[in-house]
Every structure is written in structure tokens, then in C-alpha cells.
Design a protein around this ligand. Structure first.
Ligand code: PEP
Ligand code: MG
Length: 326
């Protein structure tokens, strides 16, 4: 197996029928960027900036944030990096930032972009660190837990305000700034017609989206069989996102853990997803899987399976994959 993955490391993820798939990786610390060369990933599709806050006893100062972002961009060289602004709260507790009483439902509480918009000072510091850290390059910046389009608009305006300020002060700035939203709150899917024209890209966080769609805690093992990435409900929702984003001309990546598991990744590709951001250990196996698959025929079959009631997609997809020798 290891030899098979090593053999595909420097080859592109192109399916047997000629479809190119971007295989990006998820990261969160400076050292993770080295996995780009080790795995042959096409870039970093999700850099979880809150990790620096989680491993620190006090608020990381702007200089430290900026140094991290620059280090990661330098390691990535020409490969793209998507920085997600802090996703603090929920399962990622940062005691020095979360004041007040404990929440009854932290996953649905004062977290991620909600916390960042509520503490604009924190967000402005991070925006400046990102803008300065990416001077001369492309900065891809993504907001977590967007629930309504106005939150995206407000977050983007906040970053743009810092960009204008830095420009007035004569700082070097990124050559381009691209803005993306994570799609992980079901309400946002009803508002894609409003959201998509505001964005340069979107990324589906299937870990949280599945949790919120099924009202099933992602971390509770007793609910594991109710939290199923292969169930038609989540697959139909993902199909809808892909269709709407394609129609709007907005690139979509799926950055949840789902994309790092071969059968689940194959389901995503069969739904029309063309970009996955996954755990580094998954890059080799998923790339090898893509190179052995005929995606065109799986896409046609997937549409039929999802439209027919009662099809067990896991079983039929596994059989179709086996028939292709995947
Ligand atoms: C997700 O929710 O799918 C995701 C990628 O983000 P995180 O796991 O950091 O919440
Ligand atoms: Mg999430």
C-alpha cells in the first residue's frame, strides 16, 4: 500500500475518464506545512488558525500570528493556502477568550465567526496579521460557521477596512485577497442565492454540517450511527450545494473529514465535487483512488440512487467501485 501511495505522490489526481480533482490538505500548525511535500497535496484547503490560540496560554500577539502565516505561505510556495479565521468555541475551548458562564450548547453557542464579530478587536488583529503575512501573495481567507449572509458581508467589510488602513499606512499588501465562506450551518444553504454572489469560493464543513443537519453531536459515540455521511439526507444536501455553486460559478471544496475516507470521498466526487481538503494521511490513498475511478459513470449512477427512495448508497456505491476495480 505504502509503495502504491508513494508512486502516485508526484502524479496529479486525474480519474480514468480524465477528470482532474484537487486534493488539498487540512493543517493547523507551522510544521504541518511540511506535509505538503511529503504527501504531494495540491495545497492547503483549510488552515485552522485557532490551533495557535489553542496551544498558547495567552492570546498570540499579532507578530506571532503574522509569522505563522508567512511561514506557512513560504512552505506552500506556489501552492494555494486557505486560512480560516479563528473557529474558537464549541469543541475548541480557549479559556482566556471565552468569558462568562459555561454554555449549555457550546457547539451552537458563542463560537467561531459569532465570537469574532462580537470581539471585533480580535478579528482586526487577525486580519492585519493575515494581510501582512501574505504581502505580495494571494491571501485566501475563509470565515467559519457563517449562518446568515450578513455575517459574511460584515466579516469581509471588517477585513477590507483593515486592508484600506494598512494601504494608507504604506504597508505591503497581498497581491490578491479572495474571500470564502464555510458552509456548515444548514440555514445558510437556504440562502445560497444571496451568499454565493458575495463569495470568491466556498468550502463545505461536513463535520459540523452533518452534526447540525441530523441534530447529532459529532463527538458523541452513542450517536455514531445517526451521524452518517453516506445517508441520502446529507448526500442530497451536498448535491444541492454543488449544483447551486456550479450555477453561480463559485468554486466548492469539501474540507470535512468525510473527504479523507475512500468511499465517502468517492461519493463526493460522484456528486460533482472537484476539490477535497483532507487529513494529510488521506492524500495518498485518495489520490490513488481517484486515479483508478471512472467518475463519469459514477456521477450518472449517483443521481439515480439519490432520486430513488430507499437506496442504500453505501452498498451500491461500494459495489460500483468494486466493479471498476477501485
Ligand atoms: C467541519 O466542520 O467540517 C470542518 C472542516 O471544520 P472543523 O472540523 O474544524 O469544525
Ligand atoms: Mg466546522
Amino acid at each position: 500500500q505504502a509503495e502504491k501511495f508513494a508512486a502516485v505522490k508526484d502524479l496529479p489526481a486525474i480519474s480514468r475518464d480524465g477528470q482532474r480533482v484537487a486534493i488539498l490538505m487540512n493543517a493547523g500548525l507551522a510544521d504541518d506545512a511540511q506535509a505538503l511535500d511529503l504527501t504531494g497535496a495540491d495545497g492547503i484547503g483549510l488552515f485552522r488558525t485557532e490551533f495557535q490560540f489553542l496551544v498558547s496560554a495567552t492570546l498570540p500577539r499579532r507578530e506571532r500570528q503574522q509569522a505563522l502565516y508567512r511561514t506557512v505561505l513560504e512552505a506552500a510556495d506556489t501552492r494555494p493556502v486557505v486560512f480560516r479565521t479563528v473557529d474558537i468555541g464549541g469543541d475548541k475551548a480557549v479559556p482566556y477568550l471565552q468569558e462568562g458562564e459555561g454554555e449549555e450548547n457550546p457547539a451552537m453557542g458563542w463560537r467561531a465567526l459569532r465570537l469574532a464579530l462580537g470581539r471585533a478587536g480580535l478579528m482586526k488583529v487577525q486580519a492585519r496579521a493575515l494581510l501582512e503575512g501574505a504581502a505580495g501573495r494571494t491571501l485566501n481567507i475563509m470565515f467559519p460557521m457563517v449562518s446568515e449572509p450578513w455575517e459574511f458581508r460584515e466579516a469581509k467589510a471588517l477585513v477590507e477596512g483593515q486592508r484600506a488602513l494598512l494601504a494608507r499606512q504604506g504597508h505591503d499588501l497581498p497581491a490578491h485577497v479572495r474571500y470564502g465562506a464555510m458552509i456548515e450551518v444548514p440555514a445558510l444553504i437556504e440562502m445560497l442565492d444571496v451568499l454565493l454572489p458575495l463569495t470568491d469560493f466556498v468550502s463545505v464543513g461536513t463535520n459540523d454540517l452533518t452534526q447540525f443537519l441530523f441534530a447529532a453531536d459529532r463527538a458523541n459515540p452513542r450517536l455514531a450511527d445517526r451521524y452518517d455521511w453516506m445517508s441520502p439526507a446529507i448526500l442530497r444536501v451536498l448535491r444541492r450545494i454543488v449544483r447551486e455553486a456550479d450555477a453561480a460559478g463559485v468554486p466548492v471544496t469539501v474540507c470535512g473529514e468525510m473527504g479523507g475516507r475512500p468511499l465517502e470521498a468517492l461519493a463526493l466526487l460522484a456528486l460533482g465535487v472537484e476539490s477535497l481538503s483532507i487529513t494529510p494521511a488521506g492524500v495518498g490513498p485518495i489520490k490513488a483512488m481517484v486515479r483508478s475511478a471512472d467518475l463519469g459513470s459514477l456521477k450518472a449512477q449517483m443521481t439515480g440512487w439519490l432520486d430513488a427512495p430507499g437506496v442504500d448508497v453505501r452498498t451500491v456505491l461500494a459495489a460500483a467501485a468494486a466493479a471498476q476495480g477501485v
